[in-house]
Design a protein around this ligand. Structure first.
Ligand code: HCA
Ligand code: CU
Length: 376
């Protein structure tokens, strides 16, 4: 599958509910789901209907909304859960079973053959109800490759729409992700989903690498919220894909909605958008050093791979500081309707740098200095 044909499974309303500060009301979930749909994610994943009575109702409510995105819920690979999940009218059900030696020893205690047998019953049941089904192996990267491939091959034959690779503990590297997808492609014909935690900051790189290896679906959440420090952030992942092919991503997603999504979810979970958040962080499009700003004025592409305008945002060029340069100052002067010759500009720049050495200058101070220079 060509890399541009990937799909996003946004899990803000499932993995994101596992974020420490998250507690979404039904109305909030509906608002988030609608905005994700307007943005254009292909799937929206919801908390298990078995989690609580309200979670069950919320699945039904969101599944009944007129969304373009397919609605999924997420349950353990267990008939008790599957029976409840099919009653919620979602489009598909993501099921999960741990194959790592840790989980086999310390969690469910089942052998690989027992896992396959249990999965068979659940998958057949879900398919018989006309729903999409995905089988994912929790903690995939600490499972032996032999066990993983055996389970994935078996569930592929049972007719799952997707197998899921889950980096539950955030241990995987981009190279491992790529290699696993390439290997898996030789064994299964269904789609391949990736769910990656971000404990060591590799979630976006892992998502991109695994797509290059042959995966098709990537789990994200708004601002990356989830267990611990979360998973692949929607904005960062979209930025990564945009860097590969801006036109394709502009067509696929309503990019200016990203800011609304980040702001909405940040306020719901009572956090600030991190200053260095991809795309929507306060300083994501700030340019400062003289060498950078000179080039940015001539061609923004020289120091920007993301065009802020595509995301409904604007760049800021910082002029009033000691790293400034005469091009930046000239530009600001022109914005104020002032015209200086080359020699004067050099003098003004030196003066500004000297003043700024004493401490930060405000834009107002800089503007006054430029205006007063004319008068003087
Ligand atoms: C968890 C489960 C999960 C599931 C991922 C998946 C994980 O909360 O521990 O279904 O693919 O990270 O393994 O989120
Ligand atoms: Cu997870």
């Amino acid at each position: 599958m060509p890399i541009e044909r990937f799909a996003i499974i946004d899990s803000t309303l499932r993995e994101g509910e596992q974020f420490s500060n998250a507690h979404f009301t039904t109305a909030e979930k509906v608002t988030v789901a609608k905005l994700l749909d307007e943005f254009g994610v292909e799937y929206i994943e919801l908390t298990s209907p078995v989690a609580s009575p309200q979670s069950f109702e919320d699945c039904r409510t969101i599944a009944a909304l007129p969304l373009k995105a397919k609605v999924l819920t997420h349950v353990r690979c267990h008939m008790d859960d599957a029976r409840v999940a099919v009653q919620t009218c979602v489009d598909g059900i993501d099921i999960l079973f741990g194959t790592s030696s840790f989980l086999r020893e310390f969690s469910h205690g089942k052998s690989v053959d027992e896992i396959i047998a249990d999965a068979g019953e659940v998958i057949t049941f879900i398919r018989d109800h006309g729903k999409e089904v995905r089988f994912s192996s929790e903690d995939s990267f600490r499972s032996t490759e032999g066990d993983l491939l055996k389970v994935y091959t078996a569930v592929d034959k049972m007719g799952v729409n997707r197998v899921g690779i889950a980096d539950t503990v955030g241990i995987a590297t981009p190279r491992q992700c790529y290699a696993l997808a390439v290997e898996l492609r030789h064994h299964v014909s269904c789609d391949i989903e990736f769910h990656g935690h971000n404990d060591t900051g590799c979630a976006i790189a892992n998502s991109h690498s695994i797509l290059e290896g042959g995966a098709t679906h990537i789990d994200t959440s708004v601002l990356g919220i989830g267990e611990r420090n979360g998973i692949t952030p929607l904005g960062g992942f979209v930025a990564r894909m945009y860097a590969d092919d801006p036109a394709a991503i502009r067509k696929k997603y309503d990019l200016p909605k990203l800011r609304e999504l980040d702001e909405l979810v940040a306020s719901l979970v009572k956090i600030d958008i991190p200053y260095n958040e991809f795309v929507t962080g306060k300083y994501a499009f700030h340019h400062k050093a003289g060498m950078h700003t000179k080039a940015i004025y001539l061609n923004p592409n020289s120091y920007e791979i993301l065009d802020p305008a595509d995301f409904g945002l604007a760049r800021t060029i910082n002029v009033a500081h000691r790293l400034t340069g005469k091009h930046a100052i000239n530009h600001r002067a022109k914005e104020l309707g002032l015209d200086f010759g080359e020699d004067e500009l050099k003098l003004i720049t030196r003066k500004i740098k000297t003043l700024a050495d004493a401490g930060p200058l405000s834009m107002d101070q800089l503007d006054s200095l430029l205006r007063d220079w004319v008068v003087a």
